[in-house]
Design a protein around this ligand. Sequence first.
Ligand SMILES: *Cc1c(COP(=O)(O)O)cnc(C)c1O
Length: 368
Amino acid sequence: MADDIPVRIRPEIAALPPYRQGKPAGEDGFKLSSNENPFDPLPGVIEAMSEANAVNRYPDASARRLRERLAARYGVEPDEVHIGAGSVSILSQLILAAAGPGDEVVYAWRSFEAYPGLVRVAGATPVEVPLTADARHDLPAMAARVNERTRVIIVCSPNNPTGTVVGHDEFAAFLDTVPSDVLVILDEAYAEFVTQPGAVDGLRVLGLLGRPNVVALRTFSKAFGLAGLRIGYAIGHRRVLDAARSTAIPLAVTGQAESAALASLAAESALLERVRQLANRRDRIVAGLRESGWRVPEAQGNFVWLPTGAETSDLAEAFDSEGLIVRSFPGDGIRISVGEEESVDKVLRIAASVVQALPEGHSARGLA
Ligand SMILES: *Cc1c(COP(=O)(O)O)cnc(C)c1O
């Protein structure tokens, strides 16, 4: 009783689990729970933030400089780019713009934790389509759930938390089955880490297939290491992005964040070198996990997925107690971000002992 909400709240909102952030890592521990970039910002980024922006002034509402820069980079028009305070806020804007009570939003599950809440907040109904046994999007099954109530489909590639990608060809074939007036959001928060040939690339989809119902979402939070500044972007049809601009909270993107994003783009080759290091580190972790007897899906983001199923909560304890903060999804699995080089041995050592604790015949155990 003591925990009742003292005012009247929409029932679907009251039913949502309250947001609780993961705990910070201890002294000699590592925080591998939020897919953050372990590198400090490049030289010049911090300076650029403070130089051009008076804190007593409001920012440029549409982040025009950054839109122009991204438009030039991707060969689109500036009004085909939309900037938000993190790509999650753009996701929210698009869902609010397209789906309301009685409408359905289709996405894979398990996928990004934010999806169900954002759909509920819009008053719409989530339609969750289980991943395949190898933790990939089941696009035919998703297509089968599309009906006249469907307003939005979200495809997350690489998928958070399982790390798998959708292929370009399968995505193109999927789009052929979807009504052309249904908004398809391709959430590519980890696009820069993808090394698998043939993986979907939103910019290529937009250019090649010319699909006005597809919006690609990208962020400066992961590969670019600006998670704390909250800045991300969408590329898509001007009129679709206008709808997102209409549901956005005005002036949420600070001038500091815009300047940091511009400075990061100016140093993109140095940043992408770091991204290559992280992708190599990821591949080493996956190889090490498989060697020690794990069966893990292909990892294409800056994280790896242990499909521990019913054993998840018990096994996550083993990482926690050794100072590795990982993200566990009870009943499904454990996601471990690719962090500092010094964390790699520790991750592999604990994982190698944890795999022994899995029951014989568990699907996360390889044949080794
Ligand atoms: C991290 C993440 C985002 C982006 O987060 P922002 O910090 O809001 O840009 C979007 N989608 C997925 C799947 C993510 O993992």
